[in-house]
Ligand binder design. Structure first.
Ligand code: G
Ligand code: G
Ligand code: MN
Length: 513
């Protein structure tokens, strides 16, 4: 059924929204997980880095401590011991000894002279420099062992580590993160640069781990967007699954929406919303033109489309079986409208409902008719069911029983659109037909030309021979009405007498009478 534009737009949008929910939710959770993984990774790698650099420092500190007793002795006596440390310790690049603020002997040069400024050493022990005269531009970490007592005034032994060892550690342990070694105000990053300015600021998950044994700390953290990179590189299968789930959710939603708005579902919705209402077209007696009854015609009071004609939705309702509860609803509404004024109606006022093949598959119609009749005082109305001749129903055991029992409770059966189909005498008997409704196409032949009128006369003649009651449909002119009355047609129905009208109008007209 057609929908209005606003709800159509909403229905087109909804699957996208539903599909986006698992994707967005999954992305949020995965992002959060990636972020936590980065924090853990930062803490772990910083701790590992501190441990690794502590091991390097232990190595050089061992050299300095061993050489300290030699501080103060002449360089010629100490030089071999200085070189011995360089040769035996893997991380020691060079060793030196100093006395009273002056370096005087080195493993590389032997005798030499250079100032030693104790204030350059953090805690008097450790200094990070960007290079020295041997390897300018290559970072060096210097460890200093020191003693100062009356026998050994201000004596030091120094051991130097090539920065390359530290830089390698920073590079191997920092996979997603930059690791930085800080010694006092100086810091060394994985690119080998020693700097003194402010430490870089990390956008995400900054961590600092300090050594308990040396005056060093290691900083790490992540650039903004690292969590996204980790998501893409570490969870590709999960992301694919999220997309798949989103797609699935969207498609299922679209399918459900389509089903909910399928024509049969739209009919069910309309039925629940009581949008199928009865209209009434009076049927008059041909003798005095008084109302003898009415045919109940279904109308769909659609919220957006207005009043929908039955030929637009009855075939669909018949196909999907919805016609049975729809007709039941029509009967309920009719009983509610008419039963309060039943005492004002003439004897045996006819109320006719149209039924279709779907009604003849079981006995529910019988129960519906019983319920309808029970709403009225005994004998005040006559219930008529109209079967169309356009589509004849296959007689079966069920129809046999159904129509026999309908007959027993006093329901009359009319054959609608008579003359348009091929009902036989046995068919009329099988369905216990009481009344024939001559199709309006025959009535329209009156006054047109003689040949057509002969066809009508033959149909009327056939009706008389079958000895059944006759209703003529589609009477529009007084000439047609008079002609049919003269031919002893019992009842007349058509615009000449009244058009189909709403329940309220019908009750109002009945009450005036
Ligand atoms: O009322 P009229 O407007 O336009 O009806 C059109 C067709 O719909 C007619 O052939 C009539 O028999 C059929 N029709 C109307 N109401 C019902 C109904 O309640 N049930 C069935 N099966 N057909 C109906
Ligand atoms: O159930 P049936 O097929 O008899 O349906 C009656 C149909 O005929 C309804 O659609 C009703 O609106 C229509 N109808 C009733 N009276 C007249 C009439 O005088 N002229 C025309 N053209 N249609 C009519
Ligand atoms: Mn009818």
């Amino acid at each position: 059924m057609p929908l209005n534009r606003k709800s159509a737009r909403r229905n087109a949008l909804l699957p996208w929204l539903v599909g986006a929910v698992p994707v967005l939710l999954g992305l949020v959770i995965t992002y959060w997980q990636a972020e936590r993984a980065l924090v853990n990774e930062g803490e772990l790698t910083a701790t590992q880095t501190v441990g690794q650099i502590e091991r390097i420092l232990d190595n050089v500190a061992g050299a300095a401590d061993e050489l300290l007793p030699l501080a103060g002795t002449p360089c010629a006596d100490a030089q071999l011991a200085l070189r011995d440390q360089v040769a035996r310790r893997p991380y020691v690049r060079s060793t030196l000894i100093a006395e009273r603020g002056s370096l005087y002997c080195s493993s590389l040069f032997g005798d030499f002279r250079e100032r030693l400024n104790a204030a350059d050493y953090v805690g008097g022990r450790l200094s990070l420099i960007s290079g020295n005269s041997v390897t300018p531009g290559r970072a060096v970490l210097l460890y200093r062992a020191h003693r100062d007592d009356p026998q050994h005034p201000d004596q030091s032994a120094l051991a130097a580590v090539d920065g390359t060892h530290v830089i390698n550690t920073l590079n191997t342990l920092g996979r997603h993160n930059d690791l930085i070694l800080q010694v006092g105000a100086d810091w060394l990053s994985a690119d080998g640069q020693v700097q003194e300015q402010a430490l870089p600021v990390f956008d995400m998950a900054p961590v600092t781990v300090q050594s308990a044994r040396y005056p060093i700390s290691v900083h790490t953290g992540f650039a903004a967007g690292s969590a996204w990179q980790v998501m893409v590189s570490d969870y590709p299968a999960l992301l694919a699954l999220l997309l798949f789930l989103g797609l699935l959710a969207g498609l299922v939603c679209r399918w459900l929406l389509k089903r909910a708005h399928s024509p049969p579902a739209e009919l069910r919705r309309a039925l629940l919303a009581a949008e199928f209402v009865p209209y009434f077209q009076p049927v008059v007696r041909s003798t005095d033109k008084h109302w003898a009854g009415a045919e109940v015609l279904m109308r769909w009071q659609h919220p957006h489309l207005g009043l929908v004609r039955p030929d637009l939705f009855i075939p669909l309702a018949e196909d999907c079986g919805e016609i049975v509860p729809m007709t039941r609803s029509l009967m309920h509404q009719t009983a509610q409208l008419i039963s309060p004024i039943a005492h004002r109606l003439g004897e045996q006022f006819h109320l006719a409902f149209n039924i279709s093949a779907a009604h003849c598959q079981d006995l529910t119609l019988l129960a519906d008719c019983r319920e309808f009749l029970a709403a009225f005082p005994e004998g005040s109305i006559k219930l008529v069911l109209e079967l169309t001749e356009r589509e004849l129903i296959e007689p079966s055991d069920v129809t046999q029983r159904l129509f026999a029992e309908l007959h027993e409770i006093g329901v009359k059966i009319a054959l609608d659109d008579f003359g348009t189909g091929h009902s036989s005498h046995s068919y009329l008997q099988a369905f216990k037909i009481d009344c024939l409704k001559i199709d309006q196409s025959f009535v329209a032949m009156i006054g047109v030309e003689a040949l057509s009128r002969h066809i009508l006369d033959n149909v009327i003649d056939l009706c008389h021979k079958l000895d059944l009651q006759i209703v003529a449909e589609g009477v529009e002119t007084p000439e047609q009405g008079e002609y049919l009355a003269a031919q002893n047609v019992d009842y007349l129905q058509g615009y000449l007498y009244a058009k189909p009208m709403s329940g309220a109008d019908f009750v109002a007209r009945l009450s005036q009478a």
